[in-house]
Design a protein around this ligand. Structure first.
Ligand code: HEC
Ligand code: HEC
Ligand code: HEC
Ligand code: HEC
Ligand code: HEC
Length: 481
């Protein structure tokens, strides 16, 4: 009769004979309690530190698994010189041919199975919590702190601040899951090796087609109606005059339940597939646009020039949400927008004479770092007001101090010298700033062979109800004043 302890002893002897196994055992034994307790702490949300998850899943977990692999590699392939007679072909065939020895084999199998069971349990737990960890915002946005800090900060101030990074950047399905983990690994390596691009490149050419991700939550084919778009602006005069632009944006619909596609969301109708060819990586220089209808008919709008990209490349892309909504969440403001918003919300008092003008001058200068920018802005604003409006410095320092913070914030929330992100590094394509955005196609220069163009008619997209007006009539009417 073979005792169970003999089997364990033989097993341990087997491990002890092989340095590889011994090393593996040490690793696994050391990692196991840390991992087990760590996973439980994570699972019940007791620890919220992003570095905790990182160390747990990027170092301890791989050590545990590597340890297990080493144990078995050692047992079977690096047994050392002394034969312990376990796990060899002779051993098994001897035991299996003698009925009395079956029991020993059974115990061995029992031991193996129970150890495997415990390990599989830990590995499943690990897979579950590790999966959630690598899909979390802590992992994506905060861990690569300086690298993705701008993306995380702009995201946190945006309408999508409660949508997880992975919902737009990965979406559902196994194929994109695998792709994202591969590219994620590459990015981690780039962060460690500091070989990432500054600023991080955009457009993101490997981005999943937006229709697969955005449409998990949005139904653009539904009728969105006309949207009143109000843009507040502050002029650079002494009084920091507040003016407004009001447009009626014809968002329309992509055609749903019999209603015909029309307006701005006409582009996302099933019936209107738009592809375009561009010369540059940034997709600014579009020389040909093709509209393919559901029945296969094609309309080609061409700028009349041959595809002569500087590097000989021609890129092609199917238009989707991100060709207009490229900044749904990483929203960088222009210096005007950033300051105007702070003034309108009261973070900067509009009673400070010329604060818009001086603020603008200060935030559009180049600074080597956030720290330097903060100091310079504070020093210069104080000096300027002391020189020109000393009564404010003498009587209303709190107002000036608050304004200084507001001007600093306007800069800090949009510019990151460490990542070479300046004003306008990342532009929005939703309107037609600097003749980009919609005007990349809607410029009256892309023509069909019969001379039709993609319209630049202002009224095709919006009705301008007021432009840079003080107290526009239309808003008074709406308020019933
Ligand atoms: C609502 C969808 C959405 C969410 C949520 C989102 N992103 Fe993005 N992200 C985008 C789009 C769209 C782009 C730009 C695509 C383009 O122009 O090619 C982008 C671009 C980026 C870029 C490239 C730099 C840039 O600004 O163009 C990085 C890095 C990035 N995102 C990281 C993140 C991180 C980290 C999070 C979570 C904290 C996140 N994203 C959340 C949609 C999203
Ligand atoms: C997981 C769900 C989800 C996904 C995915 C998502 N969004 Fe949104 N989106 C929202 C929610 C929720 C809001 C409304 C936020 C609010 O009003 O507070 C919103 C708001 C918007 C708005 C209106 C913003 C504004 O200024 O009022 C636009 C435009 C938009 N999303 C476009 C996109 C685009 C483009 C994508 C894909 C790149 C996308 N969304 C992906 C949930 C999502
Ligand atoms: C041709 C450009 C264009 C395309 C393509 C486009 N949109 Fe829009 N969309 C706009 C504009 C312009 C607005 C109005 C301004 C705003 O609210 O952002 C808008 C508004 C929206 C809104 C907000 C509606 C509201 O009532 O506030 C959502 C949500 C939205 N789009 C989602 C999408 C999604 C999802 C896609 C892709 C399937 C898409 N859009 C494709 C230009 C476009
Ligand atoms: C990649 C090229 C491209 C871009 C970028 C683009 N469009 Fe278009 N758009 C087209 C084409 C092509 C048509 C169809 C023109 C035609 O058939 O006469 C069109 C048609 C339209 C129409 C008329 C729809 C109808 O009811 O017939 C509107 C409105 C419109 N676009 C708004 C916009 C807005 C707003 C933007 C920017 C946010 C924009 N487009 C960006 C290519 C583009
Ligand atoms: C292809 C569609 C399209 C055409 C054509 C077009 N616009 Fe626009 N325009 C837009 C959209 C979309 C916005 C909203 C921008 C945003 O969402 O940020 C806008 C915004 C504006 C604004 C407000 C900008 C601001 O934020 O201060 C003005 C002013 C304007 N357009 C004037 C014009 C004039 C003038 C024309 C005719 C030459 C014209 N647009 C043609 C789509 C168009």
């Amino acid at each position: 009769m073979v005792k169970f302890t003999h089997i364990i002893k033989a097993f341990i002897r087997g491990i002890a004979r092989s340095k590889v196994s011994l090393f593996g055992t040490t690793m696994t034994t050391a990692a196991f309690p840390i991992l087990f307790i760590g996973i439980l702490l994570e699972l019940f949300g007791i620890i919220h530190n992003q570095y905790f998850g990182f160390v747990l899943y990027m170092f301890v977990a791989p050590a545990f698994i590597l340890g297990l692999v080493l144990i078995f590699l050692g047992l079977f392939f690096f047994k050392g010189t002394e034969d312990v007679g376990l796990f060899t072909h002779e051993y098994l065939s001897e035991k299996l041919s003698v009925p009395e020895n079956f029991i020993k084999v059974r115990k061995l199998i029992f031991l193996g199975t129970s150890l495997t069971f415990v390990n599989v349990f830990v590995i499943i737990l690990l897979a579950y919590t590790g999966y959630h960890y690598t899909e979390s915002n802590a992992f994506c946005g905060q861990l690569c702190h300086t690298v993705m800090e701008p993306e995380y900060a702009t995201y946190s101030n945006s309408p999508h601040s409660r949508v997880k990074c992975v919902e737009c950047h990965i979406g559902s399905g196994a194929q994109w899951f695998v792709k994202s983990k591969l590219s994620g690994t590459r990015q981690l390596v780039a962060v460690v090796a500091k070989s990432y691009a500054t600023p991080i490149e955009t457009p993101v050419h490997g981005l999943r087609p937006a229709r697969d991700t955005c449409e998990e939550c949005h139904r653009p084919e539904l009728f969105h109606g006309d949207k009143l778009y109000i843009k507040d602006k502050i002029l650079s005069d002494e009084k920091n005059t507040h003016v407004q632009t009001v447009l009626l944006l014809k968002v329309g619909s992509g055609g749903y339940k019999g209603s015909e596609a029309h307006g701005i969301h006409w582009h996302v109708a099933e019936d209107n597939k738009i592809t375009y060819r561009h010369k540059d990586w940034e997709r600014e220089d579009i020389f040909e646009v093709t509209l393919t209808k559901l029945d296969g008919t094609k309309v080609v709008f061409n700028k009349g020039e041959e595809a002569t990209a500087t590097n000989g490349e021609v890129y092609e892309r199917e238009m989707d949400c991100v060709d207009c909504h490229n900044r749904p969440t990483h929203i960088y403001k222009t210096p005007d927008e950033a300051l105007d918003e702070k003034i309108i919300l009261g973070a900067i008092s509009s009673e400070l004479p010329f604060i818009k003008k001086i603020g603008y001058e200060l935030i559009t200068r180049e600074y080597p770092s956030h720290e330097v920018a903060k100091n310079q802005i504070a020093t210069e604003l104080r000096a300027w007001y002391r020189l020109k409006y000393s009564e404010i410095v003498n009587n209303n320092m709190p107002m000036l101090n608050k304004a200084i913070e507001g001007v600093q914030a306007a800069y800090l929330e949009n510019v990151w010298p460490s990542m070479k992100i300046k004003w306008n590094t990342y532009r929005s394509l939703r309107g037609h700033q600097n003749n980009s955005g919609c005007f990349r196609c809607h410029d009256d220069e892309h023509e069909t062979s019969s001379g039709e163009t993609i319209s630049m008619d202002c009224e095709a997209c919006h009705i301008i109800l007021a432009e840079d007006e003080k107290d526009p009539e239309i808003l008074k009417v709406m308020k019933g004043i």
